[in-house]
Design a protein around this ligand. Structure first.
Ligand code: NAD
Length: 299
């Protein structure tokens, strides 16, 4: 049986189209244009690429994009003052502070200064708590994108065994919470786990978010399982060039899996699509308008 290669690029294009339509409706019916503010401190090249890409997609979806590019020596007080200003700005419905921040800035303090209702990354402690208790939260974009793809390929998830590899605050933990909310039996494995391959072999759904190139092997996967690869690793090749690979050994695992995401072209595009989706959700909640149902992950 040949596996289904989950086309995250096409899926993300569909989500962006839905976001665009909804945004158009908000403008037409209510005169409201969702606005996303992205704050970048410093000049990390990878972060600059992400921020530019987010801005481009925001504008293409018909929303307003506000970019705040601050120098690497910005003080905590200056950054907090900007966040307070964005919290109070009615044209801004989503606020994203690009991570990582330079080491002199306290990441938790900065993230928790964002108004939770504008926290489109879902990293504010209030949103973490709401998600953990199954309440209406802003859900982190990467796990939200993974869940959308898993639902599409697996249908109803009740009773399925899901194994999440990695326990980071931005991917592993919220992913596990979302799958629990879908009534999966969830196991989280991490760097200290014993018998990790045996645990993975029990999984109907595997989400790999460990940051280790080609880590997950074909003989760790149950035949027919759905495999979602969050990893983005740049590896050097023999000819000196680099290429992007995931945390899953795609070429061998695809021979066993029922469905699998490639890298690139899997989870990555869905993350930005879900950021736009969260901005629309935040805009609707702030204006007490109905939310786009297709985006609501908590059933
Ligand atoms: P992280 O470094 O914060 O966490 C990695 C996790 O993997 C940790 O919980 C650790 O316990 C676990 N781990 C490390 N070594 C392990 C091992 N040998 N066995 C089992 N578990 C192990 O990473 P993160 O921020 O969660 O990101 C994970 C990967 O996903 C990275 O490659 C990152 O670039 C990628 N990522 C992609 C997107 C996207 O949009 N596609 C978004 C976020 C992160």
């Amino acid at each position: 049986m040949s596996p289904q290669i989950i086309d995250g690029k096409a899926f993300a294009a569909t989500v962006r189209e839905q976001v665009k339509d909804y945004t158009h409706g908000l403008k037409q019916q209510h005169g409201i244009t969702p606005g996303l503010a992205v704050v970048l401190v410093g000049d990390d090249p990878a972060s600059q690429v992400y921020v530019r890409s987010k801005g481009k997609h925001t504008v293409e979806a018909g929303m307003n994009s506000y970019e705040h590019l601050l120098s690497a020596d910005t003080s905590e007080a200056e950054l907090l003052a900007l966040i307070h200003q964005l919290n109070a700005d009615p044209a801004v419905h989503g606020i994203l502070v690009q991570l990582p921040l330079p080491p002199h800035l306290n990441e938790a303090l900065v993230i928790n200064a964002i108004d939770p209702s504008k926290d489109v990354d879902g990293f504010h402690i209030s949103n973490v708590g709401l998600l953990a208790t199954g309440q209406k939260a802003m859900v982190p974009c990467t796990p939200l994108g993974c869940l959308m793809m898993i639902r599409e390929y697996c249908g109803i998830l009740t009773g399925l065994n899901a194994v999440v590899a990695g326990r980071s605050h931005i991917v592993g933990k919220p992913m596990a919470q979302l799958l629990l909310a879908e009534n999966c039996t969830v196991t989280v494995v991490h760097s200290q786990t014993r018998n990790l391959p045996d645990i993975l072999r029990s999984a109907d759904i595997v989400v790999a978010a460990v940051g280790k190139p080609l880590f997950v092997q074909a003989d760790w996967i149950k035949p027919g399982a759905t495999v979602i690869d969050v990893g983005i690793n740049r590896v050097e090749q023999e000819d000196g060039t680099t290429r992007l690979v995931g945390d899953v050994d795609f070429e061998s695992v695809k021979e066993v899996a029922g469905a699998i995401t490639p890298v690139p072209g899997g989870v990555g595009p869905m993350t930005i699509a879900c950021l736009l989706a969260n901005t629309v959700t935040a805009c609707c909640r702030l204006n007490a308008l109905p939310e786009p149902g297709f985006l609501n992950p908590i059933t």
